[in-house]
Design a protein around this ligand. Structure first.
Ligand code: SF4
Length: 289
């Protein structure tokens, strides 16, 4: 048997970004529409945008400011759900280029807190677009990369605000908060993990012994998908854990299960989840443990 672990599929921030992209196509039929980076971290979503005629720009290895200066008034630029530095908008305004902001409200709220703080320790994943943008929101931000030891000697305040990327693991964040408190007792903690991410992690942790297989569906580029996968591996050592991005991954890697659960990252379309579920159900004769 296969069950879906809820909440599942797109979160409200992703739904909003996709609606904005579709609306932009209707409003600007005569312009070339670009998404500046990945609208959300999912290949199926990128393909859907392709089919609408929206060009997704891969920003890997390119200077974003130089690329922004190449747009002209025949273009419309959509900024992604993860947020972007303020200077991106300034450059397009100067050039008279239309831009649309699909940044998730939850991410915007986080940026506004950072803007108002004196000194900030920002906990996030290096090179993630949300973290990159957050680091530009205040001149006194110290970056706590979740994959590196943090240098406390560089913090020039006794009571910095500690804030984080919205898609981290809540268990990982708890540990980091404890470590920071031990080093900076007056640090002010603000937990900005969004509910769409948190509820999925909590549901995953609560799985009981009857479940023998967990399938996480989503992209390896998606922060919250990878956090779900890592949490599943760490908290359920006796279960089989798989990470699939598309139904092709199931075909390439046949699995055996008795009671499986499918969970997904917030950027994963329901279509992909249902395709994987249906494929596995159709192939239970082959796949049964
Ligand atoms: S995961 Fe959370 S912060 Fe990110 S787009 Fe979805 S609702 Fe917004």
């Amino acid at each position: 048997m296969i069950k879906l672990l809820k909440p599942i599929g797109h979160c409200y921030g992703v739904v909003n970004a996709l609606n904005i992209a579709k609306q932009t196509v209707k409003e600007y039929p005569d312009k070339t529409i670009y998404v500046f980076g990945l609208l959300v971290h999912n290949e199926e979503v990128r393909k859907e945008l392709d089919s609408l005629g929206i060009i997704t720009l891969d920003l890997k290895g390119i200077d974003p400011l130089a690329r922004l200066r190449e747009f002209n008034q025949d273009d419309v630029v959509i900024f992604t759900a993860h947020g972007h530095p303020d200077i991106y908008e300034s450059i397009l305004k100067e050039r008279g280029v239309t831009f649309i902001d699909s940044t998730c409200k939850r991410v915007k709220d986080c940026f506004n807190i950072i803007r108002k703080a004196n000194h900030v320790i920002y906990i996030g994943k290096k090179d993630h677009p949300e973290a990159n943008a957050a680091l530009t929101m205040n001149n006194n931000v110290y970056f706590y990369d979740i994959n590196e030891p943090f240098d406390y000697s560089k913090v020039k305040a006794s009571d910095p605000l500690v804030i984080n990327q919205t898609t981290l693991s809540f268990l990982e964040l708890k540990k980091i908060h404890e470590e920071i408190k031990n080093n900076i007792p007056n640090a002010i903690m603000v937990d900005e993990i969004c509910n769409a991410t948190l509820l999925r992690q909590q549901a995953l942790l609560a799985l009981n012994e009857e479940v023998d297989t967990i399938i996480i569906v989503g992209s390896k580029k998606s922060s919250n998908t990878m956090k779900l996968y890592e949490l599943a591996v760490a908290s359920h050592p006796n279960k089989q854990i798989y990470l699939f991005e598309s139904v092709q991954d199931c075909i390439d890697k046949p699995i055996k299960y008795t009671n499986a659960v499918i969970a997904s990252g917030t950027s994963t379309p329901m279509k992909t989840i249902n395709q994987i579920k249906e494929y596995l159900e159709r192939n239970t004769g082959y796949g049964k443990r």
